[in-house]
Design a protein around this ligand. Structure first.
Ligand SMILES: Nc1ncnc2c1ncn2[C@@H]1O[C@H](COP(=O)(O)OP(=O)(O)OP(=O)(O)O)[C@@H](O)[C@H]1O
Length: 649
């Protein structure tokens, strides 16, 4: 967001702020600027510092300008557009970016960098807070520090994650209104860590009626979610692979009366398939390193197979193994805190063990689709409490078991066969059937886990208002992690969710606030506030006007990728190439069209494309190979739930 704004009364405002400067202050600061003429240079997303002055004889504007670095006298030639006004020294390390006299990209980056250099990770940006990952363990989080924020007003507190929690808590109590805190940022930027501190603060400061929620319970919940929902990826060694909404419900007295966690978009297929060099969910490594010999024997973990088609293998380095063993013990203790009994825990280990052995069993098509190594499939069947035949037919034969109704896509008519099950879509391979079962089992297990966690958090106490915290996987870009692969469909879903939240941020922070100024007839001369960009969002989710009716006709009406996926999966001969062809016809660069005004760009690799997220500031190259499979109906996945319901264990 560029530009500051000024009302006609000579007082500087920024939307969402009560903050204002007097005319004298502004005049003094502008006079300083006029005499000192200090500029900031912004290049490739970096501010080059505040010590830049115009070289004599190279006036602004017009093309390129020369600037001289104060500290070593280096002279740089830079684009005129990269040079922006610097702020006076009184703005150094400003606690609130909105208080800068000249609010521009360079000065924002410069201020954040200055603060980070002084170990100040948090900076207000009006009603929002910017937090930078310290990549270390600073000693700024403790119960003692929490008490320094307790009861404070937002204006009286220095920027800190506890100040965000305190402001939401206070606002909820004062206005009796629900509050929401949404964390945004790239993968690995620190969202989940900050979410942990936010909720920890609320649990500690607010207290809870009847101990339904406590800091100890929150720690336990966090440990469990991290074990089952996180994995190591190229961008983050402990990345969250699902979206979560944590809700704390408060009573009249401001204590937590009940709590809940909702989860969405779990990357369930990760148990069976993921990008090279990425890990499966943490829990598999913990369980494979467990030191309980009786449990190991029961899970048939004493002799492990050499091959696992799901790529699940125990950790090899002794120190990593030891850490995983400790994590497993910690997890068991956390499950106990959340009231998950020994028998219930056992059910989790059996299902996880079965998934592992299914990977060892593998799949093949020798005449018919079947397991490649039956002895391992037998172990999986034993752990799941069913016969080998039952397991085999649940995976490879496509009649749904029991009374389970097949779910149909919302765009499919009730009489139409689901894709991949006699429909017109491509058939599933034996391995895809096996992967479907593993993903189905993991999804059931995760759903069960969340319901057991919520069992420990609910109560019959009456609540008045809630604080909700939203944490989703951050923006994904394999290129930023030095990986040469294209991004996956799951990564697209996470990027899309982030972008929808960014649009919400833009709407709440700027658009709605500006409307209020207009209603109150306060004139604003905004330099260049950018509209919230939604082109890349439409390229993903634009739906057809003929809602709910699936069409085999390829029309000119623009539709987003999610809609096209379903249509192309139904087309005879539809594949990822035809999918991208259509997507580009709607959102790609148009002949004679202006460059930079479309969200899609072609790649020179087959079935790859580039999508410009966040107003084209984060171009991600995707590899669409195999994406049509995501809309294929996989009966094995559905059969997983029946298999578990009918289990002898
Ligand atoms: N404020 C902080 N203090 C200490 N360490 C931090 C902080 N923020 C982040 N980290 C470190 O950075 C790592 C990545 O942070 P985190 O997992 O919270 O990122 P994220 O934004 O939630 O990522 P993803 O979107 O991939 O889930 C953490 O494991 C932690 O080690």
């Amino acid at each position: 967001m560029h530009g500051s704004c000024r009302s006609s009364r000579g007082v500087q405002y920024w939307p969402g702020l009560q903050w204002a400067k007097t005319e004298e202050q502004i005049a003094a600061e502008e006079a300083w600027y006029e005499t000192e003429k200090v500029w900031l240079v912004h290049r490739d997303g970096f501010s080059l510092g505040s010590q830049l002055r115009l070289e004599e004889g190279s006036p602004l504007p017009e093309g390129k300008v020369k600037v001289k670095l104060d500290h070593d006298g280096t002279v740089l030639e830079v684009e005129e557009d990269d040079v922006e006004k610097a702020n006076p020294p009184s703005c150094d390390r400003a606690e609130d970016l909105a208080s800068l006299l000249y609010l521009n990209e360079s000065s924002v980056l410069h201020t954040l960098r200055q603060r980070y250099g002084g170990n100040l990770l948090h900076t207000y940006a009006g009603p929002t807070m910017v937090i930078i990952n310290p990549l270390s363990s600073p000693s700024m989080y403790s119960e003692k520090v929490m008490h320094m924020f307790k009861g404070c007003r937002r204006e009286d507190t220095s920027p800190h994650i506890y100040a965000v929690a305190q402001a939401a808590y206070r606002s909820m109590l004062m206005n009796r209104q629900d509050q929401a805190i949404v964390l945004l940022g790239a993968s690995g930027s620190g969202k989940t860590t900050n979410c942990q501190h936010l909720v920890q603060y609320l649990a500690t400061i607010a207290g809870s009626t009847g101990k339904v929620f406590s800091a100890e319970k929150w720690q336990a919940l966090y440990t469990i979610l991290e074990a089952f929902g996180n994995s190591s990826t190229g961008m983050n060694g402990n990345a969250t692979r699902f979206s979560q909404i944590i809700s704390l419900d408060f009573d009249q007295a401001g204590q937590v009366a009940s709590a809940s966690v909702q989860t969405l978009l779990l990357e369930k297929l990760r148990v069976a398939k993921r990008p090279a060099n990425e890990a499966t969910f943490n829990i598999f490594y913990y369980l494979l390193a467990c030191s309980d010999s009786a449990l190991r024997t029961e899970l048939h973990f004493n002799h492990l197979a050499e091959n696992n088609v799901f790529g699940i293998a125990p950790l090899s380095k002794p120190e990593e193994k030891q850490k995983a063993t400790q994590q497993f013990n910690k997890l068991q203790a956390a499950m106990k805190v959340m009231g998950i009994s020994g028998d219930e825990q056992k059910a989790f280990w059996l299902i996880l063990g079965a998934i592992y052995h299914l990977g060892a069993a593998g799949a093949t098509k020798a005449g018919r689709k079947q397991f490649a190594r039956h002895e391992w499939a037998q172990k999986a069947a034993y752990l799941l409490g069913c016969s080998l035949e039952e397991l085999s037919s649940s995976i490879f034969k496509h009649q749904p078991k029991g009374t389970l109704q097949r779910s149909t896509s919302f765009r499919q008519g009730p009489d139409e066969p689901p894709l991949g099950d006699g429909g017109t879509g491509p058939k599933l391979t034996a391995l895809e059937c096996l992967e479907g079962m593993a993903a189905g089992l993991y999804s059931e297990l995760f759903t069960l886990l969340i319901s057991l966690l919520n069992r420990a958090l609910k109560s019959s106490q009456h609540s008045v208002c809630s604080v909700t915290v939203v944490d989703t996987p951050g923006a994904q870009n394999p290129e930023l992690a030095g990986q040469s692969r294209g991004a996956t469909f799951e990564e697209l879903c996470h990027n899309y969710a982030q972008e929808r939240l960014q649009l919400l941020f833009h709407q709440r922070t700027f658009a709605r606030e500006l409307e209020r100024y207009k209603e109150e007839n306060i004139e604003l001369a905004l330099a260049d506030a950018e509209p919230g960009s939604s082109d890349s969002v439409a390229a993903v989710d634009q739906s057809s006007h003929q809602a709910l009716v699936r069409s085999l006709a390829r029309t000119d009406e623009a539709r987003g990728l999610l809609w096209l996926l379903e249509e192309e999966a139904l087309q005879p001969g539809g594949n990822e190439d035809t999918l991208l062809e259509r997507l580009f016809s709607y959102y790609g660069p148009q002949e004679g069209g202006k460059k930079g005004h479309n969200p899609l760009l072609p790649s020179d690799k087959p079935r790859h494309f580039l999508l410009g997220h966040s107003s084209g500031t984060n171009w991600v190259e995707y590899d669409a190979t195999g994406w049509l499979n995501h809309v294929k109906h996989n009966p094995a996945s559905q059969n997983a739930s029946v298999l578990l319901q009918e289990s002898q264990k």
